[in-house]
Design a protein around this ligand. Sequence first.
Ligand code: BJW
Length: 228
Amino acid sequence: MDDIRNIVILTGAGISAESGLATFRGPDGLWEGHRVEDVCTPEAFARDPDLVQTFYDMRRAALAGVEPNPAHHALARLDREWPGELLLVTQNVDDLHDRAGSTRLVHMHGELKSALCPACGQRTAWESSLVDGHACPACNAAALRPDIVWFGEMPYHMERIERALAGADLFVSIGTSGAVYPAAGYVQTARYHGAHALELNLEPSAGSVWFHESRMGPASELVPLWVD
Ligand code: BJW
């Protein structure tokens, strides 16, 4: 990594799989029993807010019983020790990167432990009491929603991510299927700007052909090996 100074890392559900959180599209995927269209669109929330809140309550409860795994810890170590620019872009709404200690981190698809006011856009730490009948602390509007980027909505931190990609010497994609845009296109953006592209995944992703190098295996083994 001698000629590398600026790194962008993209993570997906695969990095948290070995902590015990289901991925979205695997055989044991999170969507089993839940059609994604039923829970992950603004329209679904408008139609049946209780169903959607219950789904996210279940996901939030699952967080309490899991811990960061060696892949999260290795990325946090890299974050602490890397002297150049580094941005960890996670599509995950869990808090395992945060708990492992990564700080140069953005959650592009929102966070389970955050609530969003659709009226004023205020983001607030999730408290069940807040959502169950309490108003937005900023504007007093009544209905808070999960702070999750659903299909058709704009992901968070787009400008910061695009800037980091434009300056990246190395782009690393970990544990994501490459099925969801705009994240699935980041490898092409990074390459356009001259970055070397490395994929670490259990199996080839939809965008595997775009990577200079692909290493296949569990994240808890591949990521520490790559970092160290
Ligand atoms: C392991 C492992 C182990 C397992 N070790 N690896 C047609 C064409 C192109 C785009 C569109 C289109 N129609 C609509 C769109 C846009 C749409 C989209 O991409 N749709 C696709 C379905 C085609 N995207 C959007 O709507 C986004 N917004 C948007 O585009 O705004 C407009 C815009 C315009 C211009 C610029 C920018 C924006 C919003 C997307 C929101 C995604 N939200 C979700 C749901 C969150 C809710 C929730 O969590 O409940 O986010 S979808 C879901 O997928 C979740 C994830 O973050 C995301 C990605 O999934 P991920 O992480 O890749 O998981 P999996 O399960 O798919 O893959 C896991 C991988 O891990 C696998 O490869 C395994 O092999 C691997 N693995 N175990 C290593 N141990």
